[in-house]
Each structure stands twice: as C-alpha cells, then as structure tokens.
Design a protein around this ligand. Structure first.
Ligand SMILES: C[S@@+](CC[C@H](N)C(=O)[O-])C[C@H]1O[C@@H](n2cnc3c(N)ncnc32)[C@H](O)[C@@H]1O
Length: 208
C-alpha cells in the first residue's frame, strides 16, 4: 500500500488504495487469458498517465442536503476537462462470477462489469482508487458528463475500465467538464432496478 502522503486527499483511512488492480483467486486461467487479450477497437490508456493519485480529480465529501448522496462523497474535477478526455482508470478487485451463495459481490455498490462472456467484474467496495467515488447523475444533474468505457493497459497488457469525459456528439451533449464540477456517469437502469427490488423484498420481509 502506498505511503500516507501518496494517498489522494480524503481517501478513507481504513480502505486499501490501489494503483494497479488486484486479482481475485476466483479468476481461472480462461478468465486470465480473456483479461490479457486486447479486444478490437478499444483505446489504450494514454501512455503518460501516472500511476497513483490522479491530479484531474478530487474526492469531496458532499454536504448539500438536496444532493441524493448527501453525507457520502463524490468525485469532482480539479481542471477543465475537454470532451473525450481519459480521466482515470476504475481500479478494484478483478473477479469472476461466483457460485458461492451469497455471491460476495452481489451486494456491492462498487461492482462494475468488465467482461460479460466470462462474468468478469471489478469490485472497488473493499479496495480501489478515486473512481469508486463517482456518483450517478440521477437527481444531481440533467445528464451524465462522463462514462465508463473499456481501456487497454499496454504496460501491463491487460483490459480495464476507464472513466472518460463524454465525447462531443455523444447524444449531442458532450460539452466537457468544468473545474469544480462533479463527475457523473449513468450507472444504468439495472443498478437502480436491482436496488429497488432488494429494498422491495426487504420491506416485504419486514411486513411478514
Ligand atoms: C460507487 S458508490 C459512489 C460513491 C459514494 N457516494 C461514496 O461516497 O462511497 C455508489 C453509491 O453512491 C450512492 N449514489 C451514487 N449516485 C447516487 C444518486 N444519483 N442518487 C442516490 N445515491 C447515489 C448510492 O449509495 C450508491 O450505492
């Protein structure tokens, strides 16, 4: 784990900060080979991208009562960012789908799908980097200003997930991100649908 002064500001004290992904033991050789094979048409991480804290963003506690994640944190831009800019990688534990019951990642609010065919995901619940603090745009802004899009790490020869400023022309809306603005993606309806179902089931259980 990096020394304290190489951690991003506001990083939670007891959460391991990762500069490269950690690989779960659940990954079998076919998963590893899928992770180490570059798919066509995915962008490389820009070669000058530093490992460790990203100077384009800052983790910021949210203390705005009208913000739906009030009391939690969000990720904010420290500079103006042009449409299509690579911001940082989403780093966490890379894992395969699990036969365990319960699935150790099914309840995580930080688990992102990386590769569907083998069920590979990246879970930043228990360790990760600044990207784990990116909130969903719903209830915060009219639309997202960033997106998760796969990237290839040429140095490590591995697939990963990147956070990119929405490009110009994507839904005609990519205008870039201004300094001080919150970085917001769309988690997708599936994320919120799954939580609605879980909460609904919990409410039903409570009523029994
Ligand atoms: C990946 S985390 C985002 C970072 C989180 N705010 C934190 O401080 O750790 C996802 C969680 O953030 C919260 N969240 C993110 N976007 C939200 C939104 N638009 N409305 C309500 N809650 C949101 C929810 O609790 C969600 O489960």
């Amino acid at each position: 784990m990096p020394l304290k002064d190489t951690l991003p500001k506001n990083w939670p004290p007891n959460l391991p900060y990762l500069t490269t992904p950690s690989y779960s033991r659940s990954l079998i050789p076919t998963n590893l080979s899928a992770l180490r094979t570059k798919p066509q048409d995915i962008a490389d991480i820009p070669p000058n991208t530093p490992r460790g804290p990203c100077n384009l963003v800052k983790i910021t506690p949210i203390a705005t009562p009208t913000h739906p994640a009030n009391g939690q944190s969000g990720l904010f831009a420290t500079k103006d960012l042009k449409p299509g800019t690579f911001i940082l990688r989403y780093i966490g534990e890379v894992h395969a789908s699990s036969d365990l019951d319960p699935d150790p990642h099914s309840e995580s609010n930080y688990d992102l799908s990386l590769e569907r065919e083998h069920g590979i995901g990246i879970d930043a619940d228990k360790k990760g980097n600044e990207a784990r603090f990116i909130n969903d745009y719903r209830g915060v802004a009219e639309r997202p200003n960033a997106e998760f899009k796969e990237v290839w790490d040429e140095k490590r020869k591995e697939r990963g997930m990147g956070v990119w400023v929405l490009p110009e022309g994507k839904s005609g809306k990519g205008k870039g991100i201004r300094k001080g603005e919150e970085i917001l993606v769309s988690y997708g309806r599936g994320f919120w649908g799954a939580r609605k179902n879980t909460e609904g089931a919990r409410d039903r259980d409570r009523c029994r």
